[in-house]
Design a protein around this ligand. Structure first.
Ligand code: HEC
Length: 126
């Protein structure tokens, strides 16, 4: 519960930052995505179900922020699609982990990392 409150608080802060950033995607948001993605991969690898689920759900909320950013920005349909695809992948990770199917969860995590790279190829400036 405490962890949930912290995550929720962080999301509110992040939401504010993204809106304030005026067209630019906030780096702290991506850094949080990077850290959470790494944590999720290791949690899946060691078959830590509660940890994997927490991370996957947090990533889902973070990608909602990314999606909102690109919807608001406009003219970035591919980025919107990739944000949605990322959300779907985190959703299937939650389901696979609930079914204790860490093999499928791991495959989805690999697809998710590929989605990161695809979006960066098109939308990351440096
Ligand atoms: C829908 C597009 C999109 C997706 C999906 C995406 N990113 Fe990003 N990411 C960006 C953009 C755009 C930037 C650069 C922001 C800028 O230059 O303003 C970025 C920057 C970054 C950075 C650099 C931050 C810094 O401080 O320099 C990291 C790390 C990163 N992303 C990690 C990830 C990881 C890990 C994933 C997948 C789990 C991911 N991203 C998925 C669009 C995306």
């Amino acid at each position: 519960m405490r962890k949930l409150i912290i995550v929720f608080g962080a999301l509110i802060v992040l939401g504010g930052v993204v809106r304030a950033a005026d067209g630019e995607l906030d780096m702290d948001l991506m850094q949080t995505i990077e850290d959470t993605n790494k944590s999720m991969s290791s949690n899946i690898a060691i078959q830590n179900a509660p940890g994997s689920t927490t991370d996957a759900k947090e990533l889902q909320a973070l990608f909602s922020q990314v999606e909102k950013h690109f919807v608001a920005k406009g003219g970035a349909d591919d980025a919107v699609d990739l944000s949605r695809k990322s959300k779907e992948l985190t959703e299937s990770i939650v389901k696979s982990v609930a079914a204790k199917d860490f093999g499928t969860a791991s495959e989805s995590a690999t697809s998710l990392s590929r989605t990161c790279r695809t979006c960066h190829t098109f939308y990351k400036k440096s």
